[in-house]
Design a protein around this ligand. Structure first.
Ligand code: HEC
Length: 415
């Protein structure tokens, strides 16, 4: 008796091993094949919405059984029946091996964050992106990840439309640095007013406006001669500007409290101030695609939606705590804003004005969408990282390590 049961045990173990090898798929192959499933089940096996089950960490045999059942029609679901019909037994084994290999703990952590951490990839940076590093006092380029020495506290930054020059303000030295983007060399260091913050280049590329928060004025730079050509008086605390596409007007956030200033660029004069009640200290801004609406981010946790025709505030939207950048995507669909005192960014639908939060896991400040609106870059100054969000899924897809205190983002096609 004893002998037989031992033999049986041996045989059943052998059978188990055998059946195990029968369904032992190839994880690497499975990962490649899983690209076809990622649109619903996520590449990390976490369903992208409620109707799509999680597959990460699921038992291998169960996945095989379900896929086989979908394939032969004994389990019915129109989508999965169609998906499974194209799968061979090898495919099924590979996919099962891959999804079951994904650890549930990692997968759960990735519900909010399916991102990879590592070097910048050209896919995620289809065009060069320039980011100022406040503490490292450098400019870093992506995807190349080169670092150019700059001045103390490199803060706001802007690129010329022809992509040849990059400007970055240094508020502690009351200067602006101008770089040659070909080689990162400094072309000029120009004196500005007190505590220069935001810098923007006019759409024709001829001038740069620098908001001097400390001296309540704007330094105008002639980008041909690389000299200061003019100073425009504003109200208290000008922080950043945004030109209209035709270059005729520039809106300026007056963080001192007055609201949104309107500058006639021909007259080089502040011609009007639109009050923005309901927010605390207008900080950064961007314009809707039709330029009839301004999205004004304050210092606390609000975005004011300002109708530029009537001068009325349409809505105050509560966003993450602390100050941060704001960017209307080049396609006009969303306005996204960062928050230095929170761990998420807010994305506002520019039509419905509904806002949703996207966890980035740490304090954020700079925010800019790529020219094609596919990627949203967010600087995480406390983590020394750039988060790259795929705007199709609104998920953080990559995290790229950077210098210290990444602050502001400049890229072509999205001033
Ligand atoms: C278009 C969306 C979509 C795609 C693509 C898709 N699935 Fe599914 N999948 C579903 C839905 C929906 C269900 C739930 C079906 C049901 O309710 O029975 C499901 C169920 C499953 C299940 C059963 C899970 C369980 O807990 O019972 C497995 C396994 C599965 N899918 C594997 C895959 C694999 C592998 C691929 C890629 C080859 C894939 N799916 C592609 C939508 C999709």
């Amino acid at each position: 008796m004893k002998k037989i049961s031992f033999k049986l045990a041996f045989i059943s173990t052998a059978l188990l091993t055998l059946s195990h090898t029968l369904w032992a798929g190839d994880i690497t192959q499975g990962k490649t094949k899983a690209a076809a499933c990622a649109g619903c089940h996520g590449l990390n096996g976490i369903g992208l919405s409620e109707e799509f089950p999680n597959l990460a960490g699921q038992k291998q045999a169960y996945i095989i059984k379900q896929l086989t059942a979908f394939k032969n029609g004994s389990r019915k679901d129109p989508t999965m029946n169609a998906m499974a019909a194209t799968l061979s037994n090898d495919d099924i084994a590979d996919l099962a091996a891959y999804f079951s290999s994904l650890k549930i703990s990692t997968a759960q952590a990735s519900v909010a964050d399916k991102s990879r951490t590592g070097k910048a990839s050209p896919r995620e940076f289809p065009e060069n992106v320039y980011i100022s590093m406040k503490k490292s006092a450098t400019i870093e380029t992506f995807p190349q990840q080169q670092s150019w020495p700059g001045g103390p506290n490199m803060l706001y930054t802007a690129i010329t439309p022809n992509k040849k020059m990059l400007l970055s303000t240094s508020p502690s030295s009351n200067t602006v640095y101008i770089f040659n983007t070909q080689n990162g060399r400094q072309l000029a260091i120009l004196k500005t007013g007190k505590a220069p913050k935001g810098v923007k280049v006019s759409p024709d590329g001829k001038q740069a406006y620098i908001s001097n928060q400390g001296s309540a004025d704007i330094t105008v730079i002639n980008l041909k001669t690389l000299r200061v050509s003019h100073t425009i008086k504003t109200k208290k605390g000008p922080h950043n500007v945004r030109f209209t596409k035709d270059g005729k007007l520039a809106y300026v956030t007056l963080q001192g409290g007055d609201g949104l200033g309107v500058i006639d660029t021909q007259k080089q004069k502040l011609i009007r101030v639109i009050p923005v009640p309901g927010i605390t200290g207008p900080h950064n801004l961007d314009l809707s695609a039709d330029e009839q609406t301004a999205f004004v981010r304050d210092f606390v946790h609000h975005v004011a939606v300002v109708d530029l025709i009537t001068g009325k505030v349409n809505k105050i939207i509560t966003v993450g705590n602390g100050h941060g950048g704001i960017d209307v995507f080049p396609n006009g669909q969303y306005a996204a804003t960062a928050a230095i005192g929170d761990d998420y960014i807010s994305v506002i639908d520019t039509q419905t004005l509904e806002s949703r939060d996207i966890k980035v896991g740490s304090a954020s400040h700079g925010i800019r969408a790529s020219k094609n609106s596919q990627w949203l870059y967010v600087t995480l100054p406390k983590k020394n990282e750039i988060a790259v969000i795929n705007t199709s899924t609104m998920a953080v897809e990559a995290r790229v390590p950077s210098g210290e205190f990444p602050f502001w983002i400049a890229l072509p096609g999205n001033p």
